[in-house]
Design a protein around this ligand. Sequence first.
Ligand code: NOJ
Length: 543
Amino acid sequence: MSAETESPAQPYDQGAWWRDAVVYQVYPRSFADANVDGEGDLPGVLSRLGHLADLGVDAIWLSPFYPSPLADGGYDVADYCDVDPRYGTLADFDALVAAAAAKNIKVIVDIVPNHCSAEHPWFRAALAAGPGSPERDRFVFRDEPNNWQSVFGGPAWTRVPDGQWYLHLFDSGQPDWNWRHPDVVAMFERVLRFWLDRGVAGFRIDVANMLFKQDGLPDVVPGSQGGPLTPGHAPVPYEHQPELLDLYRSWRKILDSYPGARGTVAEMWFGHPDQARPYLSGDGLAQLFGFGLMPAPWSAEEFRTVIDRSHRLARETGGSIPWVLGNHDVPRMVTRFGVDQDLVRAPTPEVLLGRMDVDVELGTRRARAAALLLLALPGGAYIYQGDELGLPEHLTIPDEARQDPMFERTLRTFIGRDGCRVPLPWSGAASPYAFGGGDTWLPQPEDWAALTVASQRDDPGSTLNLYRAALAIRRDHPALGDGDLTWLDTPPGVLAFARDPGFTLMVNFGAEPVPLAWHHDVLLASGPLEGDLLPPDTGVWLS
Ligand code: NOJ
């Protein structure tokens, strides 16, 4: 096998823990339910910290737990500096941070700066104060709407009784802030400090590419929405405004004024590397999720294209782009990889409604191989809760139980994101699988008994133990974590790279077994090997 040379490395701050951390995403409503009301809570997270310590993650990211009417699962924040009573109290939060620290687990929290909840006191004040008031100026009110569409479907404007319209790029329960208003800037600085003072190791920044809107709110030019920045392609007027860079530089200063390295990771889907490049310099936030693998079909070539693009961008800029295979916004990978992959490339209306054939066994094999890839790639990685159990998407939630606003806003043409947000199964043979209360806020499938943490714990071949083993090796192996990779020449359908010193990753995406690369030892395999052959849909770590 021959090697290709990678681009030269850039210097960076070695103290930045997030550059090679494995971060576990906790969706608090669905992790563990200590007060047995059917919804997860912070004491529930605390009670299950042992699972996360055994797994071996470096940090947890808590999705929003702030007071919220839950128009969008808590991404509609009514109070940025408190805990929703359904999730506990600030004292519970402090206890969780302290208990996690005792297990060497950092906590990062979600900050939602593009919009708040329609129940936020400043938005209520804006509605009460009327057109032309300073209160309305903190949001985006207009006498006439423009043509902007909500990311969730339908218009991005809602009319209030006095005739004005307010902007909401997501649900109508999520009014957008006016980031050119000094009150908004100052308020979010207070919010950052509030959580930094409570010991968070950093923030995940929701829709970090929006916030500022182009002056004059020009209409979106047809064809520009979400598109890559290529010549002749109009930028979207509510994305990537130049003020964002200064804002994030000012946030970096706040983070750096605290002891210990405090990081951020920006949620930003970028169509083209040039859109992401400016954010990745060291005086800003310098870390963006690498989402490219999530929409990628099971294909060695397509995976390699995504990996090259992100890795090269990270190397060129010195920034950090942690890898992601799942989160609370996309169908679970067992299901993505278990369908006809042409449906991943171009979802049909049936797929949007979850009505397609899924080969869960095949999807599970591939998801396990993908986990070995994820954890062998240079840089940090995110694991979405339940992916370590190999949970599939729950596709048969009854319509009346669905909670995601996307379901109604797309006029029920897309079932939405509830299927990956189902409460976790911890033990037992039937729902609620020791999650907590009897009636879980989203129903759990009836066939998850074999997927519970308890039933996987003692099974050496379980997905849970594959993740545990991979994380244990990753922690000690000098080649893993941040650094570089060298692609190895392989037959079509196979992905293989070497990392120094002495580590090789191979994944067989093809249909036939292939010879293993030269090695002394098999460190870990995602499924049974056939002697010196790597079977289809299998990944392996070699040394
Ligand atoms: C991205 C979050 O991940 C998603 O769940 C949410 O609906 C939108 N941002 C709006 O806040």
